[in-house]
Design a protein around this ligand. Structure first.
Ligand code: NAP
Length: 278
């Protein structure tokens, strides 16, 4: 049986990837930061747990021993994500692994977003260790806005009319499982964008139809965001997200859905379908 190590397996993306891999019969060893997160990973089908500290690399060599491939993702807007990629890809290379998938982001070379540039740097570091690694570059997930839509309010600190091709996390996870479990994706980079161009105003209108209750789109001031949800973040994470909001305000985040469509052999899930799934 084929075993894959999923980094960050107890997080939002890692849970979706683990669930998809295990539903296809693969065995997942879940890399978690602390043993307290084990239950979360077991709940989505992980067979075993490795406690790993991405900040120091502790536990990585043991975690990669005996697996057939690694799915690596960094914690969201983490200042150390380039070094984390170096540690994980380095451990995989030392273990002689070739199947390695790195979870990047759509448009990593966009210089207006420091956390995107770190992803671009991390991609290079991964390829230095493992030239055959596969890189996935997902757009923003539908799921980021599902909870707010259900609560009736999409409040964002950028233009309500900026365009986005958000992607369904379940589709991203499906592609993640495909490229981990099948050959033919070595050394390739894939953009993963959703099938519709929608603004937050459009998303609120679709959500109102699909959910059957009014969903309003509200633009909040960035200062209000910084003093509210942003206040609990580290100064660096707050600055990264403020830069992201400014970039979203100018141009949204738009990609081409054709690669995702081709990799899945079907239409990617729409925003309405993501809402219907809750
Ligand atoms: N959200 C989007 O729309 C989107 C789109 C494209 C790309 N991405 C990228 O996807 C990646 C994952 O995002 P996410 O929202 O899934 O993140 P997440 O939910 O925060 O998951 C990250 C996981 O990493 C773990 N972690 C944090 N620090 C660690 C450490 N020092 N050692 C070991 N594990 C550690 C966390 O552990 P705990 O569970 O203990 O906290 C968590 O389980 C990010 O790099 C993000 O940029 C996101």
């Amino acid at each position: 049986m084929t075993t894959f190590l999923v980094i960050g397996a107890a997080g939002k993306t890692g849970r979706a990837v683990t669930r998809c891999l295990t539903s296809q019969g693969a065995v997942v060893r879940a890399a978690v930061r602390s043993p307290e997160r084990a239950e979360t990973a077991y709940a989505v089908g992980a067979r075993s747990i490795s406690v790993v500290d991405l900040a120091t690399g502790l536990g990585l060599d043991e975690a990669v021993a005996g697996v057939d491939g690694v799915y690596h993702l960094a914690p969201n807007v983490h200042p150390d994500e380039v070094a984390m990629a170096d540690r994980v890809a380095g451990a995989a290379a030392r273990a002689g692994l070739s199947r390695f998938v790195f979870h990047s982001v759509l448009h990593p070379d966009d210089a207006s977003m420091p956390h995107h540039l770190r992803k671009a740097e991390a991609e290079k570091v991964v390829r230095t260790h493992l030239p055959g690694a596969t890189v996935l570059r997902p757009a923003a997930y539908h799921q980021n806005l599902v909870g707010p839509a259900v609560s009736g309010r999409l409040a964002v600190p950028y233009s309500l009319d900026a365009p986005f091709t958000n992607v369904d996390l379940e589709d991203v996870a499906e592609v993640a499982a495909t490229v981990l479990t099948h050959s033919g994706h070595e050394g390739v980079t894939y953009d993963l964008a959703g099938p519709e161009v929608l603004s937050v105003r459009d998303q609120a209108a679709v959500a109102t139809d699909v959910l059957g209750h009014r969903v309003e789109a509200v633009r909040v001031d960035v200062a209000e965001w910084a003093a509210g949800p942003g206040a609990t973040l580290s100064p660096q994470a707050r600055a990264d997200l403020l830069a992201m909001f400014a970039a979203y305000d100018r141009a949204g985040l738009v990609g081409d859905p054709s690669t995702l469509r081709r990799l899945m052999g079907r239409e990617p899930r729409t925003w309405g379908q993501a809402l219907s799934a809750v």
